[in-house]
Write a protein that binds this ligand. Structure first.
Ligand code: SF4
Length: 249
């Protein structure tokens, strides 16, 4: 039984949902700065529990020094640490960046593999990171469920689920084929800038009439925040029984 009982989307509604996100943002892209699959992989590893903006600030200097596994190993763990110390968990992340660079050289000729199993075997790389790399670097139709996608999928009723994996599977089944490759970025951008956690901007939302969220806001999010309006509209949907566990990072 799905965690939130709402009328399921019809195929026509699912198509309309993504047609509108696509019309709004025809060329969606990650906001992480990178120059090749390796720097994308490192940037995603650094982004756990950190903002893209914070990662980009730290990675600019790091990637100027080291944009390949060999250069990263030459820079060393202390050198990596020095570049990324402004972001959370920097010591563990520096260790992982060095270890995954060594593994890329040992097992993959210094290249990032376009293979889920090989990616998830790298230190510091889990399913979400592998999905981002497979989608953004290699164009595969994967969906990495971060906190934004988890919220949008549950709130709208598009693909409700208690865990990131349940939402991922639900989205892979719900998103019409032509939209699968870019769905990941459309949903993240929608969650980050419109369907925000504390105050969704429903009046400006292009999928408002399709969305099943019962507590839609009826005025701009900024007004709701500055006047400290009741936050019922910003509450996450409450499933029956156990609450969904949003992904970390
Ligand atoms: S209508 Fe509101 S709650 Fe629904 S997707 Fe749009 S911003 Fe989010």
């Amino acid at each position: 039984m799905p965690p939130v009982s709402r009328k399921p989307f019809t195929r026509a509604e699912r198509t309309a949902f993504f047609e509108r996100l696509a019309a709004h943002t025809p060329h969606p892209a990650t906001e992480l700065a990178y120059t090749n699959p390796y720097t994308l992989l490192v940037a995603v590893v650094l982004s756990a529990q950190a903002t893209d903006k914070g990662v980009n600030k730290a990675s600019a200097g790091l990637f100027a020094r080291a944009d390949t596994p060999a250069k990263m190993l030459a820079l060393g763990e202390a050198g990596v640490t020095e570049h990324i110390k402004t972001i959370g968990l920097f010591r563990a992340k520096a260790r992982n960046v060095i270890a995954l660079s060594a593994q890329l050289i040992e097992r993959h000729g210094g290249e990032v593999p376009a293979d889920r199993e090989a990616l998830e075997a790298l230190p510091g790389v889990g399913r979400k990171t592998a999905n981002v790399v497979l989608n953004t670097a290699f164009g595969l139709p994967t969906i990495a469920v971060d906190t934004h996608i988890f919220r949008v999928a549950n709130r709208t009723g598009l693909a409700p689920g208690r865990t990131p994996r349940a939402v991922e599977d639900g989205l892979l089944a719900a998103v019409p084929g032509p939209f699968l490759k870019d769905a990941h970025h459309w949903l993240i951008l929608h969650g980050r800038y419109v369907c925000k956690a504390r105050a969704p901007d429903c009046p400006a939302c292009v999928v408002r009439d399709l969305c099943r969220f019962p507590d839609k806001t009826d005025r701009p999010a900024e007004a709701a925040v500055t006047t400290r309006a009741p936050t019922a509209a910003a509450r996450a949907p409450r499933p029956r029984g156990r609450r969904p566990s949003p992904p970390r990072g």
